[in-house]
Design a protein. Structure first.
Length: 234
């Protein structure tokens, strides 16, 4: 089913579309709903779309050489994905899973790609988005090189807060911070390439010493304490 043009304006990238093009792009776009843990976009798929997350939460995943699932990056509401395949016309490089029930707007590459390449503001936006993704994945690889599970989980928590606050160079460590809709132990385990049981044990340690308080839909964290643990010696 086609969507209303006003829906496209909820996404920052699409706000750069020329006004006359909005109805045409909206008429070609569709809105789909995905259940929790459903595959939104499969690896090596020839999707033909640029995807925008309207509601929910998604996780890009890959696999190690021994077949272990690893979380690569998360997609939050208002963000897009599938841009690499859209730009180079090659298959999708990773799997995208729904962490919860999610609604996704699918915009055909045939409609959006010419706009991105011809509109300077859209070209700049997609380029900056790619640089953010590259920086995030570089930081993720650095975290995976940490041997100590406690330090690794703490480093990942700091990274999550950084991106929740707009990818700042540093987060405010002076007071407790709250992260809404935090990842589950299993989702966090995928991000840091540890078992869910190991992540659960780390959380038990952090909760017992007051470093964090995990509830159903939020997590309060003493980032000063977490930072000290992340940078402590093995």
């Amino acid at each position: 089913m086609a969507i209303h043009p006003s829906l496209l304006l909820q996404f920052s990238l699409l706000r750069h579309l020329p006004a006359p093009a909005l109805p045409e792009v909206a008429a070609l776009s569709v809105l789909k709903t995905f259940a929790k843990r459903e595959v939104v976009l499969d690896k090596n798929a020839d999707s033909g779309y640029l995807y925008f997350l309207l509601e929910g939460q998604l996780q890009a995943t890959g696999f190690t050489l021994d077949g272990k699932e690893v979380g690569l990056y998360a997609v939050a509401e208002g963000e897009y994905f599938g841009e690499i395949a859209m730009l180079d016309s090659l298959p999708q490089p990773e799997i995208m899973l729904a962490n919860k029930k999610s609604q996704v707007v699918l915009v055909p590459n045939s409609a959006i790609r010419p706009m991105i390449l011809s509109q300077p503001l859209m070209t700049e936006a997609i380029t900056l988005g790619l640089t953010r993704r590259i920086r995030q994945q570089s930081e993720q690889r650095q975290i995976l090189s940490i041997n100590n599970p406690l330090q690794r989980v703490c480093a990942q928590l700091l990274l999550l807060f950084r991106y929740a606050q707009g990818q700042k160079e540093a987060v405010d460590l002076e007071s407790k911070q709250t992260l809404m809709n935090p990842p589950t132990h299993q989702e966090l385990a995928m991000m840091v390439n540890l078992s869910r049981e190991t992540v659960t044990r780390v959380f038990q340690v952090l909760q017992s010493n007051g470093a964090l308080d995990r509830q159903v839909d939020l997590m309060q964290v003493d980032l000063n304490h977490i930072a000290r643990l992340a940078n402590s010696a093995d």
